[in-house]
Design a protein around this ligand. Structure first.
Ligand code: NAD
Length: 337
């Protein structure tokens, strides 16, 4: 069993912990937290050994009556691999600790690309992580774009991608984020960081991205135009996207008109935390005009990177092929809507 440490148990870390513990070939060795908050309580309830990320704060856990198994460096030393899910920038600071204990580590998309030897998306470049000890699992938006680009590039070739990313202002728990009554070009300059980030996975791809932020918390929505090298019809493209294991092409009859109903559907399907791990592509939006493909997709920012982290663990440790890993992850999590 692969012993996985999770350092940073917030939005991404707690989801990765649950996904890891569902896998047949890995277990959660422990999770590290800075504070004894509600997430620390639930980690203990779930049976994840809890480690203090900051030694000086051990007494805070004591005062809250939360039992701690040790400090984060003990956890890192004992683990086969660490998933760092700390806030942006802290992962890079933690890298020296992982190097000190010679423990391979995954970082998240909020880190600069150079934190890892490879930026990772299971559908696009699983094998590249095989020779790396430090790998960055790209952000939610880059994951969503990569899952779309990979099959289109393979099937039809791509001249250029133009994507406008309408991004949620914050996650539901991020009560201090905004905007609360505005629609922001964000950044107002082009390209947004997403295009260059997609190029960390597809170095030769010609892509322009524009970013916006809106007062929403549920999901991001991408308006996509892909100029293809060949001219499939829309039905063919739809079939291709339906055949991918981490895309959900929203059937027209479902009457799902936005992120609210997608989340409602995820709740009806009994998804943990109403998570939607798949790209949600509106089938009715898939349109071809000459060589130009157009579509809308929604991305659940809190969860689409979770299966990618699970696959990156196996990719770095070399325990399964891409196909075997994706299948194992998908089966264990219950992928597919
Ligand atoms: P978060 O704030 O929800 O969780 C981070 C957790 O790390 C918090 O519990 C925080 O207390 C803890 N922490 C802070 N300093 C720490 C330290 N030194 N050691 C251990 N734990 C520490 O953040 P998040 O949304 O889970 O984001 C984590 C990473 O994932 C970031 O790089 C982010 O860019 C990336 N990411 C976030 C999203 C998203 O939408 N939330 C999506 C994809 C990728």
């Amino acid at each position: 069993m692969i012993q996985v440490a999770i350092n940073g148990y917030g939005t991404i870390g707690k989801r990765v912990a649950d996904a890891v513990s569902a896998q047949p070939d890995m277990e959660v060795l422990g999770v590290a937290k800075t504070r004894p908050n509600f997430e620390a309580e639930t980690a203990v309830e779930k049976g994840y050994p809890l480690y203090a990320a900051i030694e000086d704060r051990l007494d805070q856990f004591d005062e809250a009556g939360i039992e701690v198994a040790g400090t984060v460096d003990e956890l890192v030393e004992a683990a086969d691999i660490v998933v760092d899910a700390c806030p942006s920038g802290i992962g890079a600071d933690n890298k020296a600790m992982y190097e000190e204990y010679d423990t391979p580590a995954l970082f998240q998309g909020g880190e600069d690309a150079d934190v890892g030897e490879v930026s990772f998306n299971a559908r696009a470049n699983y094998d590249e992580a095989g020779d790396a000890d430090y790998v960055r699992v790209v952000s939610c938006n880059t994951t969503g774009l990569s899952r779309l680009v990979a099959p289109l590039e393979e099937a039809y070739g791509i001249e250029k991608v133009r994507a406008t990313l309408v991004r949620r202002g914050g996650d539901p728990g991020q009560t201090g984020r905004g905007p609360i009554n505005d629609i922001l070009p964000n950044p107002v300059t082009l390209p947004s960081h997403h295009g260059p980030d997609v190029n960390t996975i597809f170095p030769d791809l010609n892509i322009d991205t524009l970013g916006m932020k809106v007062p929403a918390t549920l999901m991001h929505t991408h308006s996509i135009n892909v100029e293809l090298e060949s001219r499939p019809d829309a039905a063919e493209v739809r079939e291709l996207l339906e055949s991918q294991s981490r895309t959900f092409v929203v059937p027209d009859h479902m009457d799902i008109d936005g992120a609210g109903k997608l989340k409602e559907y995820a709740m009806d399907r009994g998804r943990p935390r109403a998570d939607i791990w798949e790209n949600c592509i509106w089938g009715a939006s898939i349109t071809m005009e000459d060589n130009d493909l157009y579509l809308f997709q929604a991305i659940h920012q809190e969860s689409d990177v979770v299966p990618e982290n699970v696959d990156a663990i196996r990719a770095v440790l070399g325990t399964k092929s891409a196909e075997e890993s994706v299948e194992t992850t998908n089966d264990a999590m219950g992928m597919g809507l």
